[in-house]
Design a protein around this ligand. Structure first.
Ligand code: MHF
Ligand code: KIV
Ligand code: MG
Length: 326
């Protein structure tokens, strides 16, 4: 009965076959480099259907970003995490650009390919980066199709609403699920003169509500609400019949998304106010590198008894004998 359930869940899963194999082979994972057993023991939601089931159930959905192969593996291994977002925030956290506007499509694509090689069991959403879709419907389809051809991405996320109406509906008509993104739109950095919280005036909050309803009408599957007062985000969520995924929008949305580098504390800054740092990987990483460097200076690393390869004494003796003659 249990295996039948797993088989059915896997059949429904998008990347079902590898998911099945993973689910059934957890006992064999003994390499020190594999994830802890608990992290890969269960089949996890990987379809929109499963995400919607959680939404209908009232269970908050969790989404985390990934920006490369390792961060993809970490996101994939967390059993309770529902989806992975390849966000254009990677331009800032992984590539070092000052905003998300600078990253060329090809650089973003390269990161998407790395994440896609890592993630086996999650619903993957990918951003369309600034400059890769706005100029025409054709350009939007072309960029989206390039990402979809990686074979793993389940939904394309677009910042904005009315201005992309045609592009969004064409993608949906072509069978590409679209995730919306309104509120604080980082790609509007110049127009907004920075990363500014939105929806703080009656007009602005009404605009965001109207955009949300419009996007739902257009046929989007999920909606990211970023950087708006939590009361507005909760209100919008109650007025929609699709899940909202909040970031800096309080706990009344259908789910949450955080940038992995922020939640793990991979960098120095505290980041936006809405970030909760669950780890200090920056501090731990720097301390570990410092320890390594000090051990090298003190000739304490490597330890020949541990970190080297054995050689037969006889071979060594013969080598030394012949070497002396050179
Ligand atoms: N590392 C990282 N995390 C993110 O969440 C993130 C990115 N990068 N890059 C793209 C966008 C930019 N984001 C940001 C960046 C800064 C603020 C920020 O500093 N907000 C101010 C509020 C400003 C106001 O009151 O209007 C804050 O204090 O939180 C918000 C969102 C969210 N995204
Ligand atoms: C912050 C999230 C929603 C995002 O769009 C990104 O990471 O790029
Ligand atoms: Mg983004």
């Amino acid at each position: 009965m249990a295996s039948k359930t797993v088989a059915r869940a896997c059949f429904l899963g998008r990347r079902s076959f590898s998911g099945c194999l993973r689910a059934q082979s957890t006992g064999a994972q003994s390499s020190p480099y594999s994830a802890p057993e608990t992290a890969i023991a269960k089949h996890k939601p990987s379809t929109l259907k499963e995400i919607y089931a959680k939404y209908k159930n009232g269970t908050p959905i969790s989404v985390v970003t990934a920006h490369d192969y390792i961060s993809g593996k970490w996101a994939d291994a967390a059993p309770s995490c529902d989806a992975v977002l390849i966000g254009d925030s990677l331009a800032m956290v992984a590539v070092g650009y000052p905003t998300t506007l600078e990253i060329p499509f090809d650089e973003f694509y390269y990161h998407c390919a790395s994440v896609c090689r890592a993630v086996k069991s999650k619903y993957i959403i990918a951003d369309l980066p600034y400059g890769s879709f706005e100029s025409s419907v054709e350009k939007c389809i072309e960029s989206s199709m390039r990402l979809m051809k990686l074979g793993k991405i389940c939904s394309i996320k677009i910042e904005g609403a009315y201005e992309h109406e045609e592009s969004i509906s064409r993608l949906i008509k072509l069978g590409i699920p679209v995730t919306g993104h309104i509120g604080l739109k980082p790609q509007r950095f110049n127009g907004l003169e920075g990363f500014r919280v939105q929806g703080k005036t009656v007009d602005s909050a009404l605009q965001i509500l109207k955009e949300a309803l419009f996007l739902q009408e257009t046929g989007i599957s999920l909606l990211v609400l970023e950087g708006i007062p939590h009361e507005i985000a909760s209100y919008i969520t109650t007025k929609l019949s699709i899940p909202t995924i909040g970031i800096g929008a309080g706990n009344g949305t259908s789910g949450q998304v955080l940038v992995q580098a922020d939640l793990l504390g991979m960098h120095t800054g505290r980041g936006p106010k809405f970030v909760k740092r669950y780890e200090d990987l920056y501090g731990k990483g720097v301390a570990a590198i410092e320890k390594y460097a000090q051990e090298v200076s003190a000739s304490a690393f490597p330890d020949n008894a541990v970190h080297t390869y054995p050689m037969k004494t006889k071979v060594l003796e013969e080598f030394l004998e012949q070497a002396e003659k050179i």
